[in-house]
Design a binder for this molecule. Structure first.
Ligand code: NAD
Length: 316
């Protein structure tokens, strides 16, 4: 690797992308951000102006083959972290758009990686690629999960046929500042609601694998720190805890919080070992749920009143 490593992050205006930008800038990487969005709204929640000035922002559609190939060729990056995607509700609302972004968009990135001979390529699949927690039911249950499963198989074939290497990470329920959309964003929204004095109902209960944003961003960045050989698909876990415990932790920080739970357990396995990925990457941070909730609420308290928090997310 050259003295200043370089990374292109797709979906850079998303929650996880914003945290990857933050860690990459703090670690001295040259950072290129790609997203449909024109401006870095979520990264602004985490990075100051000086840090953002170190991010080259490209507004591009990952569904556009030539735009993706051109960007990767022109920026000359040595690593790619691909996070651009439509989440579960958006895929359900518009299946063709979901397939275009999540499957064709990923094919475009893989082709660009192949063409540029990039050896450090990591992208997000999901726990949804596993299907339900019920082992007797073989179906994935969501189109989003089906698209993610397809990209995992594509990555395996890209290695088999063209030796395009990849690390594919399957997160569970990611929480932290910036997590404002998608099926599993409700625990973070509940933290925001508590800070701004609004009521909130989390529409699922039972247990889930809670993964702090900073930890997952660290795992993605670590996965492209050195050249990869092979296609490696890993589960990420976080902490398997009851949604009710999260509510208790929110109340510990904001005693007046009005947060309820109304729903069944999520249709994903709530506790999968992350030992293989930790062994492969040589470890990455593991923030306890207690610390993660505390840091998230502290982050929202810091941002409340700055006008940068989009409270309309609490109504979606
Ligand atoms: N957040 C989670 O709990 C979770 C869990 C499992 C997997 N994942 C996966 O991790 C990745 C990042 O998730 P996130 O929570 O940051 O998502 P997010 O919804 O916050 O961000 C996704 C980003 O992708 C961008 N995007 C959408 N369509 C695009 C297009 N055509 N071209 C370019 N950019 C486009 C959006 O503008 C957005 O900034 C996704 O692949 C997601 O499926 C997330």
């Amino acid at each position: 690797m050259s003295s200043t490593p370089s990374v292109l992050v797709t979906g850079a205006n998303g929650c996880i992308g914003s945290w990857v930008l933050k860690l990459a800038v703090e670690s001295g990487w040259r950072v290129v951000a790609m997203d449909l969005a024109d401006t870095p709204t979520r990264p602004k929640l985490l990075l100051d102006e000086e840090q953002l000035a170190n991010v080259a922002w490209l507004s591009a559609d990952i569904g556009d083959t030539e735009a993706v190939k051109g960007a990767i060729r022109d920026t000359g990056v040595e690593a790619i972290v691909h996070l651009g995607a439509l989440q579960v509700p958006f895929c359900k609302a518009d299946p063709v758009a979901g397939a275009r972004v999540n499957v064709v968009g990923t094919a475009n990135i893989m082709e660009a990686v192949r063409e540029a001979g990039i050896k450090r390529f990591s992208f997000a699949s999901s726990v949804a690629a596993h299907g339900g927690a019920d082992e007797t039911n073989p179906y994935l249950g969501t189109l989003y999960g089906a698209y993610k499963a397809a990209t995992e198989e594509m990555a395996r074939v890209y290695w088999q046929d063209w030796q395009v290497p990849s690390v594919v990470l399957r997160p569970g329920v990611v929480y932290g500042v910036g997590r404002d959309q998608g099926m599993t964003s409700a625990p973070t929204k509940a933290m925001l609601a508590a800070v701004v004095g609004r009521s909130y109902t989390i529409p699922f209960g039972g247990n889930a694998a809670f993964l702090y944003t900073s930890d997952i961003a660290g795992a993605f960045l670590k996965s492209v720190e050195s050249d990869i050989a092979g296609c490696h698909v890993f589960d990420l876990n976080g902490e398997c805890r009851a949604v009710a415990e999260v509510v208790g932790l929110i109340r510990a920080e904001v005693p007046a919080a009005d947060v309820k739970i109304d729903g069944d357990e999520l249709p994903f396995p709530p506790d999968i070992s992350d030992k293989p990925v930790r062994d492969f990457l040589g470890g990455y941070d593991k923030t306890s749920l207690e610390d993660g909730v505390r840091q998230t609420i502290a982050g929202f308290k810091r941002l409340a009143g700055t006008g940068s928090l989009d409270l309309s997310q609490l109504d979606r």
